[in-house]
Design a protein around this ligand. Structure first.
Ligand code: SER
Length: 370
């Protein structure tokens, strides 16, 4: 099943169960929003989870582009990406959590053909309703506390969740999601029923909602039997080009593909590199990718990228301009670090000073010191 079939199957399944497809929002929330980027499918729906009636009803489904920097250090493994698409379904004060879990299981098993023995689920430890539902459906369940609570930030809608994991190991399944990392989370069903206030307290929401989110690239990698998200059809343009251009180890190739693809998307949404806010996130992504790219061979340049990947216009120009600026920064960094006081191991204070006074990010200093 390719990516388009996967999206269609998901949307059709929920449409047949009364969900209205809604258009995904931009990656850039409005200026009044406290977050820099849309980080989850539910984020643009926050007011509706809090009780405002949604013009398209109480059952919704969509595909939402998201950007997360919280998992940046995990990017390059099998399943984490900076920019990804999330398949989402919602009950805004309509059906309950148990119904959502039943449909979720039905879709994975019958719609996507995933063998149930490759699934394991987790639930919040006091969520007995979900525990009973999964037991009745016959899936192995594990209860946790910390791992099964979802919130989009320090304040706002949140609640206990139930996560569905897929076995990615070569042999038969072993252990459980908390004991074996080859169980990879594919879908999260959140029982969105609280609001966390500024004082940290929990208040019940006006309505009890269900919010589900499933990373599209991850799901596609499972359905296509790939070792990682990078081997799916979605990454073909990147993985068919980058390894031919530059001889990098597997993890570095993945990081370069992820950060380049994410930077191109963010640039395409109109963000320009800068030292604050969204622009800084973009600048960091480009600098991280340049650090990885040039670790073994400083002559490698983004100028080698073919037009089919990054175009020939503004996106390419911005990438090359950032590369030039980064080159100048590193030259300055090299000069500063050659001073006697920076020859040995650096203290936290040194890193802080190098950052604040010379604009040298920690990862660049680490790279320069080798
Ligand atoms: N909000 C939950 C998540 O992002 C489910 O959509 O995982």
């Amino acid at each position: 099943m390719n990516t388009d079939d996967t999206v269609r199957t998901f949307l059709d399944f929920y449409r047949e169960r009364g969900h209205e497809p809604i258009t995904g929002s931009t990656l850039l929330p409005p200026p009044s929003d406290p977050v820099l980027f849309t980080t989850s499918g539910m984020h643009p729906l926050t007011p509706y989870l809090q009780g405002r009636p949604h013009p398209q009803g109480r059952r919704l489904v969509n595909v939402q582009r998201c950007l997360r920097t919280t998992d940046l250090d995990e990017v390059g493994d099998r399943s984490h990406l900076t920019v990804f698409e999330m398949l989402g379904s919602w009950s805004l004060g309509d059906y309950g959590h148990s119904q959502s879990l039943r449909w979720g299981y039905e879709l994975l098993r019958d719609g996507f053909g995933i063998p149930p023995e490759k699934l394991y689920v987790t639930v919040f430890d006091t969520d007995l309703e979900s525990l009973d539902t999964w037991r009745e459906l016959g899936l192995p369940v594990e209860s946790t506390r910390d791992e099964n609570w979802w919130s989009n930030g320090p304040t706002g809608p949140c609640g206990p969740d139930s996560e569905i994991f897929f076995w990615t190991g070569d042999g038969p399944p072993e252990g459980s999601p908390t004991t074996d990392s080859r169980w990879v989370e594919i879908w999260n069903h959140v029982h969105m029923r609280y609001e966390r206030g500024e004082d940290g307290g929990l208040v019940p929401l006006r309505q009890v909602n269900v919010d589900t989110g499933m990373g599209l690239e991850r799901l596609v990698s499972v359905l296509q039997g790939c070792r990682s998200v990078y081997e799916t059809d979605l990454f073909e343009p990147w993985m068919g080009t980058i390894p031919l251009l530059w001889d990098l180890d597997e993890r570095s190739t993945r990081v370069v593909c992820d950060h380049l693809r994410s930077s191109v998307v963010v640039l395409g949404d109109g963000v320009q590199p800068s030292n604050t806010g969204r622009g800084y996130v973009l600048r960091r992504l480009i600098r991280r990718l340049l650090t990885v790219l040039r670790r073994d061979d400083p002559s490698r340049t983004l100028g080698d990228l073919p037009g089919e990947l990054v175009g020939t216009g503004t996106v390419r120009e911005v990438l090359l301009d950032e590369e030039r600026r980064f080159g100048l920064l590193l030259e300055r960094g090299r000069r500063v670090l050659s001073r006697r006081e920076y020859r040995g191991p650096l203290s936290e204070e040194d890193y802080q000073y190098l950052h604040d006074t010379h604009g040298l990010p920690r990862e660049s200093v680490v790279g320069l010191k080798g």
